[in-house]
Design a binder for this molecule. Structure first.
Ligand code: ADP
Ligand code: ZN
Ligand code: ZN
Length: 804
């Protein structure tokens, strides 16, 4: 076995296959599948992944592998074949698939070291490599190579005495805060304390603190803990009792936190019914997908926790995916609280180095649970016992860059290979998942009631057209304004939600609520300011903005789209006494600001929390008794067949923020389309009826889950080029598919020009088209030359969630 098949790090059609390389004698038995190696490629020296070892090659004159980049494989066999599957599914290059499965720190720009593992000293090593670590517990990779002892080091690595670590080359600026420690020993401190006057009680407290334990403390935190002002501490610094220093702050918000341990709760009868089949499937080592459908607060998380416990008891591992936005300390606390150090957490707030550390914990089998956002689905566990996806309907589980995978599909694939169950949990499942559950493809489990039978909040829908008729032109209805004032008086809190997603706006009559829609697609037309046109982004239909409403003849035709900043200004005008915290992309772009703003709100520093999507989730504060939705319609009229579904999900979720504890909650939904089923039914929290209605519409218009869709987006600097390429693609695809498939295009993308590139698209709706994958692949291959040379771009998304 001295030949290695290598996928090289050149994302291109010609290189999207394994290349054979000869393993030099010195590296035989060192090189293994799943390792990265450097190989000669043309005149260059590049990286690659070894995917297979073999003893013969059909090619002659093989080049030699230059060197290994790892001491042990970083991709297991399972991951290698998962990567293969992923690249086929998403029509992306194998190298992109492998890279997507690994933490960023494993890519270039990082210095590689070999380091003694914790608790190992050089004497524990074989004599051959001892000398390398006598001066330092860490040597660079280059030093290791130069020593010619890679083989011996690899043995040490597999026994765990040494490991590879990656350190970022550029020194990241670390966050530092002022800290103090005592410049005297305990005796001297006691003496000094004696000398203080009786009035200096606060100074005495500080000194007592350091007598007990003289370790550097951050001034700000110490002042808070002792309930004194930082001036008291500074005074002691001035007197020379304390010494001021700087302390580095960890960015990981969970790192140094102690989590109180929790015990499994006694399950309710409903929970027992729901968990029984899951536990059975764990016991039987059987692959099965469960859809756990239960309103917020119905006890789903407790079911996750107890299922994971069973998996851990069986010596296996668990992956838990939660949407990035709900990966809050509150959520993490529940998992760390139950499983302590068995849990690794992967979220975007971690630096590349920290993410790599968490990944290493998994690889080293130091943890058995990972809680993380989308990419945690690639956690390198080798003995998976369960995969859980909370809020399975969330679109953030779909990656929008290559490889354009959906974490749910990857989860199901991995679980098949591991013979383990998948739990998809949601209060508002995606139509696709619910339909599968109803057909019996997934096993449906329901938790119909909230714990303690807490009432859902009362929801009132306000017709904003009536407000206008009544002479109210502001963005707050009379009722909402009244209730806002009431809360401020009662010192209760309000969440004001501005439903704003996407960039497009729609045209609506303010008198009757009529929204201009496409005659062919039942989707609202998008308003284009620059030419006063309204357009359909599915079929290309176009017309100009009417001067008067087609329904009622009114002249109050407006296009819509309001920002949080504007709302804040209005709030200050009508409620000058209200203290408002605004949360949107502008106010939360700095790291940690999201959490800080929420803390401020929780501590009662504001009456109103005003925000967008990001405040819809995870808020669980007892003092929130009112939720106001300013504009339930904005998302409803986006050019997206999922807009009703998204509106329903979001409104249901937002409504759930009110009255979660003792105080009863109220919800006000302002809308210009009160008769729309997604708004009315979300007020009733009636998912089942929403599902029935929406399914009828999807069926009529041939959308998922009745049809699959695929989207090809073409872009080029020249408009005509985009159009003609899309034209050719459309007719080619058409010719390769059965007559049951529907191919729509060429049509301009909803965002027709980005960065001076013109974007055109072709939308394919189909049920079963075995030829589609290869047709799309052929298209990509066909245009490879132009893609490389004249700036043409072709993006294929086989299960798009963004149709822009
Ligand atoms: P969900 O995940 O569906 O929103 P949770 O699991 O968070 O629901 O449960 C809601 C609340 O009820 C939590 O505070 C949880 O601790 C509590 N809870 C869940 N199951 C039980 C139980 N069997 N007995 C008592 N309290 C429970
Ligand atoms: Zn009208
Ligand atoms: Zn249309």
């Amino acid at each position: 076995m001295n030949i290695a098949s290598v996928i090289v790090d050149v994302p291109a059609k010609q290189t999207d296959r394994p290349f054979d390389y000869l393993i030099p004698d010195s590296l035989v038995e060192i090189i293994k599948p799943g390792m990265r190696v450097t190989v000669p490629f043309g005149p260059r020296k590049i990286q690659g992944f070894v995917v297979e070892l073999k003893s013969a090659s059909s090619f002659k004159q093989l080049k030699k592998i230059i060197e290994p980049m790892d001491l042990s494989p970083i991709l297991s066999n399972e991951m290698l074949s998962l990567g293969d599957w992923l690249s086929k599914q998403t029509l992306s290059y194998k190298i992109s698939a492998y890279q997507a499965m690994l933490p960023a720190a494993l890519k270039a720009k990082y210095e590689k070291y070999i380091k003694l593992s914790a608790g190992t000293s050089p004497e524990n090593l074989s004599p051959e490599v001892q000398a390398l670590f006598l001066k330092s517990s860490k040597i660079t990779w280059d030093e290791a190579k130069a020593s010619d002892k890679l083989h011996a080091l690899q043995k040490e690595a597999s026994s765990g005495s040494v490991e590879i670590v990656y350190e970022v080359k550029e020194r990241v600026k670390k966050k530092k805060l002022k800290s103090v420690y005592a410049g005297m020993n305990a005796e001297e401190l006691k003496e000094y304390r004696q000398s203080l006057s009786a009035q200096a009680r606060k100074q005495a407290d500080v000194i007592d603190y350091f007598i007990k334990d003289n370790k550097p403390s951050i001034i700000r935190d110490l002042a808070k803990e002792l309930n004194i002002s930082s001036a008291v501490i500074k005074e002691l610094v001035k007197k020379g009792v304390l010494i001021e220093d700087e302390m580095e702050i960890y960015r990981d918000p969970f790192e140094n936190r102690q989590f109180e341990r929790t015990e499994a709760l006694l399950l309710t009868a409903e929970q027992e019914n729901a968990i029984a089949p899951i536990l059975q499937s764990i016991e039987d080592i059987r692959n099965e997908v469960f859809l756990l459908y239960g309103v917020t607060g119905s006890g789903k998380t407790e079911i996750y926790l107890q299922s994971i416990q069973k998996v851990i008891n069986a010596g296996k591992e668990a992956i838990v995916l939660v949407p990035e936005i709900s990966l809050t300390p509150q959520m993490v606390k529940r998992f760390k609280g139950r499983f302590g150090n068995e849990v690794a957490v992967m979220h975007s707030g971690l630096s590349a180095g920290e993410k790599y550390d968490e990944w290493r914990k998994i690889q080293r089998k130091e943890v058995s649970v990972v809680v993380g956002a989308r990419s945690a689905i690639f956690a390198p566990f080798e003995n998976l016992g369960i995969i859980i996806i909370d809020e399975e309907h969330e679109t953030s589980y779909k990656q929008e860059e290559n490889p354009k995978y959906h974490a749910r599909d990857v989860a199901i694939k991995r679980a098949e290979g591991s013979n383990c169950p998948v739990i998809l949990g949601s209060a508002t499942p995606s139509l696709e998942s619910f339909a599968r559950a109803k057909k019996g493809v997934y096993h449906l489990l329901s938790l119909p009631k909230r714990m303690n039978n807490q009432a859902l909040p009362a929801v009132e829908i306000i017709d904003m057209r009536e407000e206008l008729r009544g002479g109210n032109r502001s963005m707050f209805s009379v009722v909402l304004l009244e209730k806002l004032k009431e809360r401020i008086e009662k010192k209760e809190q309000t969440v004001l939600f501005l439903n704003k997603r996407g960039h497009s706006s729609f045209v609506m009559c303010r008198d009757c609520g009529y929204v201009a829609g496409c005659p062919n697609c039942d989707i609202s037309l998008t308003y284009h300011r620059y030419n006063q046109q309204m357009k359909c982004h599915y079929c290309g239909y176009e017309e100009s903005v009417p001067a008067i409403c087609r329904e009622c003849g009114s002249e109050h035709i407006r296009y819509f789209g309001t920002g949080t900043q504007k709302v804040e200004e209005e709030l200050h005008k009508v409620l000058p006494e209200a203290r408002v915290i605004r949360m949107d992309i502008d106010t939360t772009s700095r790291k940690g600001s999201h959490e800080k703003l929420l803390d401020q709100f929780q501590e009662g520093h504001a009456d109103i929390l005003l925000g967008t999507q990001m405040i819809a989730k995870g808020l669980d504060f007892p003092n929130i008794t009112l939720v106001g939705v300013l504009s339930a319609d904005t998302m409803l009229h986006l050019p997206d067949f999922r807009s009703s579904e998204k509106t329903f999900q979001l409104l249901t979720q937002v409504s759930g923020r009110a009255g979660r504890h003792e105080l009863p909650g109220e919800v006000i939904i302002q809308t210009y389309s009160p008769e729309h089923y997604s708004i009315g039914l979300s007020a009733l929290q009636d998912f089942d009826r929403f599902y029935e209605q929406e399914m009828m519409i999807r069926k009529v218009h041939k959308y998922p889950p009745f049809y699959y869709i695929a989207l090809v987006t073409v872009s080029h600097e020249q408009l005509m080029k985009s159009v003609s390429v899309t034209e050719k693609i459309t007719s080619y695809v058409q010719s390769k598919l059965s007559k049951d498939a529907i191919v729509l295009g060429p049509v301009a993308s909803p965002i027709p020009r980005i960065n001076n590139r013109y974007r055109y698209q072709c939308l394919i709706k189909y049920k079963r088209e075995p030829g589609l994958q290869s047709a799309l692949k052929i298209i990509l291959d066909q245009y490879q030359q132009e893609i490389a040379s004249n700036g043409l771009q072709i993006a294929v998304d086989v299960n798009p969630y963004i149709l822009m």
